[in-house]
Design a protein around this ligand. Structure first.
Ligand SMILES: NC(=O)c1ccc[n+]([C@@H]2O[C@H](COP(=O)([O-])OP(=O)(O)OC[C@H]3O[C@@H](n4cnc5c(N)ncnc54)[C@H](OP(=O)(O)O)[C@@H]3O)[C@@H](O)[C@H]2O)c1
Length: 338
């Protein structure tokens, strides 16, 4: 297959500046990498948070930066050291920050960061899974070690994270409460939620108690109130709130950031200790092997992507406008190529 040396990518040149299509060089795969023709990309809030410069304390980026943090596509070339994946394979993944920028006609990605797409999924369906699927798995499995019969509150059940986290927590045998607006309640019960709280009418911290885990996707006041519903020994794991010193250490961000994050998360740590509970912050990481587990669950009908809308490539900007409005059910997908 003839691959053009130039391609289209959706980029921004300065933080808080606009994003637009640009013609850039098609990347070349290193020995451990794949070159993938991108077919579909799932959009995530982190994309526009990076563009706004809000992720600078956690990740370095070189400008101009291509947007997008997950993809589904077809392998068109493989590096010399790659085994187990061949040209023509359908793969999906969430690349690391050095390989960020999935909203492009082609991308390079380490082979260890992808998995083959389950046969039953289209590219647009597959693109709805990597970032939110891995985040949900890493919170519920790796950090929380969620057990059957445990009780978990998953905040914002109708969001990109929520729709997968609810299904995974049910698969792990937990009792699942979630928050959503009233129009999403029936849909979330069908996904498996045992209790749906209309956050516009009811304060979750007044109606839930003795919970083992809060999966916080909201931050702010909801995060502060989370400790009230935990049993002693319970935990809050946030992906949206205040990063901790432990996160700075694990990401090797340096002693200054460790001290900054320790100070910023101190009020939450104090609340956690007062209730004999624990507060942690998770920053998700790419993993081809965990994506294979997610593929298995999809293959066995235990996990289903939820897509609100598929946008054509030319309407990427409109897709981000809808995401930023904040009430998407599941995921928005951009179809890059057909
Ligand atoms: N740390 C990490 O590694 C990591 C990884 C992934 C995501 N995140 C972060 O996690 C957050 C959630 O991500 P996402 O992809 O799920 O976002 P999303 O898809 O944009 O979330 C949209 C959903 O939020 C719901 N919602 C809005 N306000 C709510 C409220 N007050 N209470 C309950 N639900 C509410 C809406 O439901 P209704 O329409 O019913 O209101 C909507 O369905 C984002 O801040 C994202 O950046 C962090």
């Amino acid at each position: 297959m003839e691959i053009s040396t130039k391609m289209q990518a959706y980029q921004f040149k300065s933080y808080q500046g606009p994003a637009a299509f640009a013609t850039v060089a098609t990347p070349q795969p290193a020995a451990d990498e794949l070159l993938v023709a991108v077919m579909a990309v799932g959009l995530n809030p982190v994309d526009y948070k990076i563009q706004a410069g809000k992720m600078k304390p956690l990740m370095k980026a070189k400008l101009p930066l291509t947007m997008g943090n997950e993809f589904a596509g077809t392998v068109v070339a493989v590096g010399k050291q790659v085994t187990g994946i061949a040209v023509g394979d359908r793969v999906y993944g969430r690349p690391d920050h050095q390989h960020a920028g999935t909203l492009a006609e082609y991308l390079t990605v380490p082979a260890t960061q992808v998995a083959k797409i389950p046969e039953k999924l289209s590219f647009t369906e597959a693109a709805a899974l990597p970032l939110t699927g891995l985040t949900s798995y890493q919170v519920l499995h790796d950090v929380a070690n969620l057990q059957p019969q445990e009780r978990v509150l998953i905040q914002a059940g109708a969001g990109g994270i929520g729709v997968l986290a609810i299904q995974m927590a049910k698969r792990m045998g937990a009792f699942v409460a979630t928050t959503a607006s009233a129009e999403n309640a029936d849909f979330l019960r069908q996904l498996g939620a045992d209790q749906v709280i209309d956050y516009r009418k009811t304060d979750f911290s007044q109606v839930l108690h003795d919970y083992d885990l809060v999966f916080d996707t909201l931050g702010g006041r909801a995060l502060q109130d989370s400790f009230q519903i935990l049993r002693p020994g319970g935990q809050v794991i946030s992906i949206s709130g205040v990063p901790t010193a432990a996160l700075a250490e694990s990401q090797q961000l340096g002693i200054l950031k460790e001290l900054m994050f320790a100070a910023a998360s101190y009020p939450l740590q104090r609340r956690a200790r007062a209730k004999q509970t624990k507060y942690q912050f998770l920053l998700m990481h790419p993993s081809g092997s965990q994506l294979k587990i997610i593929s298995d669950w999809v293959t066995h009908d235990e996990l289903h992507p939820v897509i609100a809308k598929v946008f054509p490539w030319e309407e990427t900007g409109a897709a981000y406008d809808q995401l930023k409005a904040g009430h998407v059910r599941g995921k928005l997908i951009v179809q890059v190529q057909k």
